[in-house]
Design a protein around this ligand. Sequence first.
Ligand SMILES: [Zn+2]
Length: 290
Amino acid sequence: MIIDFHVHYYPKEMHKDPQAFLTRHKMEVLLEIMPKEVWQNVLKPFDFYSEYMEKYGIDKAVIFGMSNTPEGCKEMNNAVCRVTEGHPDRFIGFGYIPLSNPEEALEEFDRVVKDLGFKGIKIYQRIHGLRYDSPRLRPIFEKACELNVPVLMHSTQLIDADRPDAQNPALLLRSGLLEDFPGLKLVLAHMGGGLVYFKDFYYSVNQYNQNKDKSYSSLFKNLYFDTSPPNWGKAMIRAAVEIVGDSNLLFGTDYPYTTARALSNILESNMPEESKKRILGGNAARLLNI
Ligand SMILES: [Zn+2]
């Protein structure tokens, strides 16, 4: 079974008038950071993703909306719910919660899991100006443990030249959050921005030198990484398997910001068939309890 763990859902309103939609949801920044070549996919109706699933043999997909206002989050989650209820065999709903409003974020987290039957949440802390070690993430992680659902967390690429230091995903490793929530199922999108490749580095080799004896390695046990976007090619996916093992990697396309290579990078990678099966769907099924 193939499960795509990272699919953005945009409603018709976005396809018709992206500027108006993104302004209403206070996400205008996407107009600036979205590469021009992905707009042709963004502007296609969501049915196009269903065709993509058919074409590439993807059985199920985790889908989520995005918004930067509490009302917008509710609206997007309800829209995602309509899609998952229409195709419960194909789509798995993840909630999007308003990180800018901590109280409402927790309420909405509860609502999407308990009332809408969603299997987890997506957070995009960067768009809300939150650092990766922000104390505001603590109650969110606590709630995820209480509800026993995974959190899919955006990860800014470590190589991103425009990335301010506060947006360094490595901050998560020294935040204390991972030690405090050993039961947390945290999925870092985009190979953790490359963090996956730093598993065996020590605190002593970076600028955040707080505990020279402590290694990053032990913190990776409960960290999962999705393989989107397709820029992580075959060799890098193979290297990730060697570093963190085939049980902590999840296939993801980051649709609509994707290409057919998202899948072929794994299918054509030189690794055991059993590893491919785990990455393509086995690990996701385990995390989602399906
Ligand atoms: Zn994404």
